[in-house]
Design a protein around this ligand. Sequence first.
Ligand code: FAD
Ligand code: FES
Length: 341
Amino acid sequence: MSYQVALNFEDGVTRVIACNEDETVLDAAYRHQIKLPMDCSDGVCGTCKGTCLQGSYDLGDEYIDEALTDDEAESGLILTCQMVVSSDAVVAIPAASSLCSSGPQSMDAEVTGVTALSDSTIELNLTLPEALGFLPGQYVNLGVPGTDQTRAYSFSSLPGETDVSFLIRNVPNGLMSTYLTSEAKPGDTMSVTGPIGSFYLRAVERPVLLLAGGTGLAPLLSMLKQLKKEPTEHPVFLLYGVTGTADLVKLDELSAFTSELENVNFATVLVDKESGHERIGFVTQHMDAVPFEIESADVYLCGPPPMVDAVRNYFTESGTQPNAFYYEKFNPSTPKQESAA
Ligand SMILES: Cc1cc2nc3c(=O)[nH]c(=O)nc-3n(C[C@H](O)[C@H](O)[C@H](O)COP(=O)(O)OP(=O)(O)OC[C@H]3O[C@@H](n4cnc5c(N)ncnc54)[C@H](O)[C@@H]3O)c2cc1C
Ligand code: FES
């Protein structure tokens, strides 16, 4: 029996490793060629201290108080040289991945599908040479074929599979957008580097509010798929905002979630006043559609920067303080500069 442990490094890189029963996280990482910070490996120095963000584990009783105090252990701090997990887990490592002989994984994937879901949204399907562990909500950098540029995209698919998918906004004249709309074909090769990011689904212990703007739906779809795999009894509600009716995608899939999982629901919001839609405007104007107290919920927000800023301002100005608030901004990338010869 082994468990999946996601090591989250300080620079946002995540590596998912398999930990065998009775194997410490430090040893399992080493087996995966990841050298976590350590000195004594005996529970004496405290160099391997990290924080367990999710999952159950045992630290044994071999370590000393100077390495980890009872208060620290109580608050979720761990020693990777002592930690043996008894479930899948997420562990924050207070060091950059590059200092751990690690870094994001990089691989070449095959393009297996490019589908225009609407004028504004493209679904990209890739097949990876091996399944990639990530946390639902995280992203990778995809190389734009024929260039030295990369763009960040959040998975809309489930972790641990070789077939992965993305929802990509068609930005007029954008580099990746132009490749996808005019050149891409099945069989093309695309580089994939990651997974990266601190925007991911935490253990569900209370109501969950998902707020999506446009293709910001992608990581939330990955989270919903995870919730379908591991259902929760807590209510989950998605408020999904786009510009016009034609920008709404994946409604069938969203409806399927709501019919299969009775505690999952969603509502859409359209900016377009002429659409005749029942909710017009921005998601911030339709928070009353949320069927639970936002203060009692964990909120996950993803979309273009103006939408993310608008929701953050809404929470501040309305004095609404969710239990936890996680967000991902789809910032436009800064093109890589060509190096001076
Ligand atoms: C962490 C992260 C995750 C992301 N995940 C996704 C995702 O899942 N799906 C997705 O669609 N995008 C996502 N993005 C945005 C994505 O990385 C690209 O920036 C976007 O797809 C544009 O790429 P492009 O090559 O087509 O356009 P570019 O060549 O990068 O841009 C062309 C021009 O359009 C401008 N521009 C770029 N994006 C926008 C925009 N949204 N609105 C208006 N103007 C813009 C640029 O400033 C530039 O002037 C993410 C960004 C980040 C930082
Ligand atoms: S490496 Fe010294 S306490 Fe873990």
